[in-house]
Design a protein around this ligand. Structure first.
Ligand code: SAH
Ligand code: SF4
Ligand code: F3S
Length: 477
């Protein structure tokens, strides 16, 4: 699991507690904002929008919550432990607030949306509760809190995409950035809280996405990751001017091509693909553009068709295998990662074995693996009993994790002895004598610093050895 904010690994809702960096401001009022994000990349991306809205109002950001006037925590509800982490963190803010009673503490994001005003009853320290579609209202809500009130806005929207807000790139390496292309989710996977916390799916307008990619490229960025819960269902019809012919709808494959055309030097990644919606057109577009990375995050969740049906994933084992075959056929070198849930309601030992055999079949480059956690209000919570004992869920999870480790190693070993094109993202966490970056397939590569190259350059790296997580090599001319 990754801890870097600038990473381009696909969604990682385990990331926790990253504070935003100091940024230059316009007309500062001297008030300080501290914001910490949990959950998936969408949340990290939203925090950049929140910071942008408040910097516009004269705030400066700080990395130290103790000196902040406004402390925000952007939260995740995906599993129970994600929420527990947030509650623990709120406890740590208590003493800072005791010392500075004027401090405004706000809960943003998915947990705010899920718990709404109840949050104010449960957590006495919290002054404002704001859902993911209400961030434009933040200056107003902070004003209410400053006047001694407590404020809530958890209205979900069918239109809000924050398209016109240019996110401040915080904690950035200046090389990789996220671009949200859509919000919400219209799928109703029975285990999942996201449709309830993020609302209906809506796509952001295509011009603003391409412009954001172009602006990032002009500012020296070399990699953008397009974000959505289900990017394959992106769909946007540009509005036609009066008297103009009706414009045709842009789908995800077309959007990918438009972003790829910004520059052959700008790498494009995206997340998350849904097995039911990923089309051959998307795969052919990936194959056509060298700068669209050969990497797909395609969450399987389970390898068994009965469990997939209970999960309401709307595909079965055969369909998923068919999509993997299409990827291997159209993009032979493609890296593939996945998400797996163990111990979903009524999952038998044989059905769990089918998840393992699916993993054996695909040999994923990487996987995010979770024990099922029942979420209040979801279809599964209403319909099925959470009947797999915790120790069974955990044991199955261990089996999945162990198998994945072997597969990650198998995939990385395949890069040893071969030359990889790597975008230098920074110096390695372990040593500033090493650079790190990713190859096309999203594998982390570490290699000695070479004075001739700098962060943001593409280099050819010969893989020389590896662990199950990292390829180690050296730059070759
Ligand atoms: N939109 C993405 C997933 C977003 S949530 C998709 O459709 O694939 C990220 C991952 O968290 C999911 O893929 C799933 O594996 C996991 N997850 C979601 N709800 C969960 C729950 N209730 N218990 C355990 N894992 C869960
Ligand atoms: Fe959740 Fe399913 Fe939507 Fe992904 S596609 S966010 S798992 S409901
Ligand atoms: Fe993301 Fe967690 Fe919300 S995974 S969409 S922050 S529930």
């Amino acid at each position: 699991m990754l801890e870097l904010t600038h990473t381009t690994k696909t969604h990682d809702e385990s990331r926790q507690g990253e504070a935003l960096d100091m940024v230059p401001t316009g007309q500062s009022t001297g008030r300080k904002l501290y914001i910490e994000s949990y959950g998936c990349q969408m949340n990290f991306s939203d925090s950049e929008i929140v910071a942008s809205i408040l910097i516009e109002k004269g705030f400066e950001t700080t990395k130290d919550y103790k000196e902040a006037d406004v402390v925000f925590i952007n939260t995740c509800s995906i599993r129970e432990n994600a929420e527990q982490r947030v509650r623990n963190r709120l406890k740590e803010f208590e003493s800072a607030k005791a010392k500075n009673p004027g401090m405004v503490v706000g809960v943003l994001g998915c947990m705010a949306e899920r718990l709404k005003a109840k949050f104010l009853e449960e957590e006495k320290l919290v002054d404002v509760v704001v859902g993911p579609d209400a961030y434009r209202d933040l200056p107003n809500l902070i004003d209410q809190a400053d006047e001694g009130g407590r404020a809530v806005n958890v209205l979900l929207s069918r239109e809000e995409t924050y398209a016109d807000i240019s996110p401040v790139r915080l904690n950035s390496n200046g090389i990789s950035a996220f671009i949200s292309i859509m919000r919400g989710c219209d799928n109703m996977c029975s285990f999942c809280v996201v449709p309830f916390t993020r609302g209906r799916e809506r796509s952001r307008d295509v011009e603003s996405i391409v412009k954001e990619a172009q602006d990032l490229y002009n500012a020296g960025y070399k990699e953008v990751t397009l974000l959505g819960q289900n990017v394959d269902s992106y769909k946007y019809t540009p509005k036609s001017e009066e008297g103009e012919a009706e414009k045709s709808t842009i789908n995800f494959a077309q959007l990918l091509a438009l972003v790829a055309e910004v520059s052959p030097d700008l790498r494009i990644r995206f997340s998350t693909s849904h097995p039911k919606d990923i089309t051959d057109e998307v795969l052919y577009t990936m194959a056509r553009y060298e700068n669209i990375c050969n990497y797909i995050h395609l969450p399987v969740q389970s390898g068994n068709s009965r469990v997939l049906e209970l999960m309401n994933r709307t595909y079965d084992r055969e369909w998923y295998i068919n999509r993997i075959e299409a990827i291997r056929r159209i993009i032979p070198e493609c890296g593939i990662s996945t998400d797996v849930i163990t111990g979903f309601c009524t999952e038998t030992e044989e059905e769990h074995q089918e998840t393992l055999s699916m993993m054996e079949y695909v040999k994923y480059d990487y996987a995010y693996m979770f024990a099922y956690s029942e979420r209040p209000g979801t279809l599964a919570a209403k319909r099925y009993e959470d009947d797999i004992p915790e120790e069974v869920k955990k044991r199955r999870l261990t089996e999945v994790v162990d198998l994945q480790r072997a597969h990650s190693l198998y995939r990385i070993e395949n890069f040893v002895g071969k030359v990889q094109k790597v975008l230098i993202e920074g110096t390695s966490k372990r040593s500033d004598k090493d650079f790190c970056g990713r190859n096309d397939q999203n594998t982390m590569v570490v290699f000695p610093v070479d004075e001739r190259f700098k962060i943001g350059d593409y280099v050819n790296v010969l893989g020389e050895s590896c662990t199950s997580a990292t390829l180690i090599g050296r730059i070759i001319d």
